[in-house]
Design a protein around this ligand. Structure first.
Ligand SMILES: Nc1ncnc2c1ncn2[C@@H]1O[C@H](COP(=O)(O)OP(=O)(O)O)[C@@H](O)[C@H]1O
Ligand SMILES: Cc1cn([C@H]2C[C@H](O)[C@@H](COP(=O)(O)OP(=O)(O)O)O2)c(=O)[nH]c1=O
Length: 193
């Protein structure tokens, strides 16, 4: 089973992911951007305020293709639980926002690029926070962490949830870390049963 954690920067994904590594020691815990050289290229692009948003989409997508073939598909074939901190929905939501005004219908475009090769998640936990809360928690250190941009990213996440309500579980991530972790663990156990 493939479980993904999604949400704005500062929504608490890393905190939840770390807690899940304790409760699911046999799971494959992974993330995007990855730590491969593709992921390093992504990090360089994130740090570059002048990066071309379309070029950036394809760097993220290259990292995703490598992540799928090297980590996700082999683990799923071995019947392991895979839990990824960010995955394809991050591209749909973030690059869908970054490419507004650059290409037509960017969210649909980014989904279309992924459709032929990606492996959709079985369950996606959406950690829901106000953009201001996320920006404050994350310290707003990179170009993606400004709250006006995060507002648009959030709208895209809402569109994704509306399109596939059965895949998403929304968790109120403004609550305490303990309450959020408990809710996420409950949602995963329900799906595993
Ligand atoms: N539920 C929560 N309530 C308050 N602070 C939190 C909560 N979850 C995480 N944090 C804090 O917010 C910051 C960002 O959390 P993190 O897990 O790194 O988020 P993300 O990976 O989504 O960017 C960290 O300092 C973390 O300790
Ligand atoms: C995976 C991914 C991340 N991002 C952005 C979100 C983050 O601002 C940044 C780095 O991701 P990440 O390291 O997960 O940041 P955080 O822990 O703060 O949520 O890259 C995209 O724009 N598209 C993507 O496909």
């Amino acid at each position: 089973m493939l479980v993904t954690l999604e949400g704005l920067d500062g929504s608490g994904k890393t905190t939840v992911h770390e807690a899940l590594s304790d409760t699911h020691p046999d799971a494959t815990l992974t993330r995007e951007p990855t730590d491969s050289w593709y992921g390093e290229a992504v990090s360089r692009s994130i740090a570059d305020d002048d990066a071309d948003p379309l070029a950036e989409l394809f760097l993220y997508t290259a990292d995703h293709a490598d992540h799928l073939s090297r980590v996700v598909r082999p683990a799923l074939e071995a019947d392991r639980l895979v839990i990824s901190d960010r995955y394809s929905d991050s591209r749909y939501a973030y690059q869908g926002a970054a490419l507004e005004g650059v290409i037509d219908r960017p969210l649909e475009y980014v989904r279309g690029v992924h459709a032929p090769f990606t492996r959709p998640p079985d369950l996606t936990i959406y950690l829901d926070v106000e953009p201001e809360t996320g920006a404050r928690r994350s310290g707003a250190t990179n170009k993606f962490e400004q709250s006006a941009y995060l507002e648009r990213v959030r709208e895209n996440y809402e569109r994704l949830i509306e399109a596939e309500p059965g895949r998403f579980v929304r968790v109120d991530a403004s609550r305490s870390p303990e309450a959020v972790i408990e809710r996420v663990e409950g949602a995963i156990s329900d799906r595993l049963d």
